[in-house]
Design a protein around this ligand. Sequence first.
Ligand code: DX5
Length: 227
Amino acid sequence: MTRPIQIVPSVLPADFARLGDEVAALEAAGVDLVQWDVMDGQFVPNLTFGPDVIAAARSHCSVPFEAHLMVLTPDAMAQQYVEAGCSRLIVHAETAPHLHRTLDNINGMGARAAVALNPATPASAIEHVLDLVDLVLVMTVNPGFGGQAYIATMERKIAEVRAMLDERGLSDSVDLEVDGGIGPATIEGAVRAGANVLIAGSALYKDPDGLEHAVSHLRSLAEGARA
Ligand code: DX5
């Protein structure tokens, strides 16, 4: 398995009054890309970033943006998030009755499609769309809020998805991302199970030694877990 370890911030804990400065600070701290948690108040009980907010922050850093669409209507919103500067859109398998078409359409918009699984959703739900995505996201919390506890039983599903990618010869081209409760105490378990892209919110923003220390600490733990 050759995909590199990536440390990716969730901007949920950031200061929303200074989002441009915040993404610039994340880039300076050495993150690989920035994830925007897009919530519609329906699929999840929280409301966050419209495309205009993301577009306003786009010119403040050069790392790629991905949008994690925790929304009931991804088809209706996708084009706007691509135009806002997101090069990857992550759609929840639970929200798209025509998931294959939804992912195909996103690829047709010049962005990269990706698919996410809530904790209760089996890995088999994405078995027939793996050829359309460049990333699979296994949620390690129930989506909607930052600062929740990591659900360690998800490591079995991470390993299942890793096996599915290996069996299909996709491990060199498709990333396996995890999100929720990732920090110094949990990141090694997720990497050993097969994840290579690690989303962190509170673990980055709550580190007393600052963002740069938090990013390099998580990266060295993750790379150490692979050795
Ligand atoms: C939750 C979001 C996560 C969350 C991560 O629905 O998708 O990205 O913000 O935050 P922590 O790392 O604090 O669990």
